[in-house]
Design a binder for this molecule. Structure first.
Ligand code: URA
Length: 453
């Protein structure tokens, strides 16, 4: 603060400085964030600040200051008293359709000696949320109190849960205001929002999955890269070793989208069943990078071998089962998933009208079809239906047709909902002539790696 500044907190002066393209110092940013948290900053002032940042941006120092202030706006978990024998690590995805990587990565990490307090979110817009998937498991307590979270992480090695109210409360208020004031799409604000929650979880390493493509929150690859670079720079600047992978969301990840259906897909993979190639490529690479970041492997090749072994040996499945039991879910979920996961009353195969090959998917539209079936929300307080969604989604390059594989199976509450979803799927999936060289060949979805400079 300058020598002439008053000790009085004047939010409007901070907004004015940023509005006019000036630089805020760390004390001013900390005061503003404290005001967002305790209510001294009004909703209008927080919105004006967000808009000023949207247009003027933050420099590297301002970004780290905003991130640190938002992180400290609530409690910051300290894992030192637990004396864990391994590093505390996590991942974060910017969100997609069918993105169920967390459910496979967390137990693999635990099986390899990592500790993963995975604080996850609910579905947002057309994208699914890890927390909604875990809520599809009957009895699973997805929002335990902090002592229970600590106990499960200590005893099992991983806990996939939601944030308690005291994790980054400034972000919760600011995000809700951004959501209704057209200020979500600021790379500075997204960076601080995502990372404040991760830093508050007391992590020692973080891998980010920043998605681009038709189902991503940030579809343009260059914007996604800019976001990944900002996230990596700010996280490392705040002392959290972080790396980002850029992955494509131009098709549904895995073969299902919908909460119970995605849990089922993960349980099948953990139990040694077939793995959809793109889903496995993204999961394996993120998990290997996280093992390397946490010092649990000497190099990426060794890390990949550890990932494969944790899955193939059944140790990851065992970790998942232990986590589910520790958080109140059924002990025989892996043995009898059908006895516990909700199933929709209507299951309909959507067949392409002519033989051909899937050449493109409008993934956002497929995500919205799941939301419309009841698998996501249109208002924050809406309940979600765990049973509905899409399964057997034909990947790009799959031969489809009246006598071949369907475009997908629609799982719906009733025939009218299935009709609407079927129409949406037909609009969203492009079927073209079979091009020999493309048929059945999945492209590597991992398109880039952004490490700290
Ligand atoms: N997810 C978050 O947590 N925050 C954002 O700003 C955007 C996506």
């Amino acid at each position: 603060m300058s020598q002439f500044s008053s000790p009085l907190f004047l939010p409007q002066e901070i907004i004015r400085t940023k509005r006019d393209g000036g630089r805020l110092d760390a004390d001013e940013i900390a005061a503003f964030v404290a005001g967002i948290t305790d209510g001294r900053v009004s909703e209008g002032q927080a919105a004006a600040f967000a808009m000023a940042v949207f247009f003027r941006g933050l420099d590297r120092g301002e970004r780290v200051a905003l991130l640190q202030a938002m992180t400290r706006s609530g409690s910051v978990l300290d894992w030192a008293p637990e004396r864990l024998p391994g590093p505390v690590l996590d991942k974060h995805s910017t969100g997609g359709v069918g993105d169920k990587v967390s459910l496979i990565l967390a137990p693999i990490m635990a099986a390899c000696g990592g500790y993963v307090p995975m604080i996850s979110g609910r579905g947002l817009g057309h994208t699914g949320g890890t927390l909604d998937k875990m809520d599809a498991i009957p009895g699973y307590v997805s929002q335990p109190d902090t002592p229970r979270l600590r106990r499960v992480v200590r005893e099992v090695g991983c806990a996939i849960v939601g944030a308690t109210g005291d994790i980054a409360p400034a972000d919760r208020r600011l995000y809700a205001i951004r959501d209704v004031t057209a200020t979500v799409e600021s790379i500075d604000l997204i960076t601080c929002s995502i990372l404040s929650k991760k830093l508050a979880a007391g992590l020692q390493g973080l891998v980010l999955d920043v998605k681009f493509g038709s189902g991503a929150f940030m579809p343009q690859p260059d914007r996604a890269r800019a976001l990944a670079e900002a996230l990596v720079e700010a996280a490392n600047g705040a002392g959290l070793p972080t790396l980002a992978l850029l992955t494509d969301m131009d098709q549904v990840l895995g073969h299902s989208a919908g909460n119970a259906l995605e849990v089922r897909e993960c349980l099948d993979i953990l139990a040694g069943g077939p793995r959809e190639a793109r889903l496995w490529a993204v999961t394996r690479e993120q998990t290997a990078e996280l093992l390397l970041l946490g010092g649990l492997a000497a190099d990426l090749d060794q890390a990949r071998a550890k990932v494969d072994d944790a899955l193939d040996s059944g140790r990851a499945a065992e970790q998942f089962a232990r986590m589910v039991v520790a958080l109140g879910g059924p002990a025989d979920l892996l043995d009898r998933p059908g006895a516990h996961l909700a199933a929709a009353p209507v299951v309909r195969a959507v067949k392409a009208e002519r033989p051909g090959m899937v050449t493109a998917q409008d993934v956002r539209a497929l995500g919205l079809a799941v939301v419309a079936l009841g698998g996501g929300r249109t208002r924050p307080t809406d309940p979600v239906d765990p049973a509905v969604g899409l399964s057997a989604v034909a990947a790009i390059g799959t031969a489809v047709g009246p006598d071949a594989a369907p475009l997908c199976l629609v799982h719906a509450r009733d025939a009218a909902a299935a009709d609407a979803a079927e129409a949406a799927v037909r609009r969203a999936v492009v079927v073209g002539p079979v091009i020999g060289s493309q048929a059945g060949v999945p492209q590597n979805p991992v398109a880039g790696r952004i490490a700290a400079r």
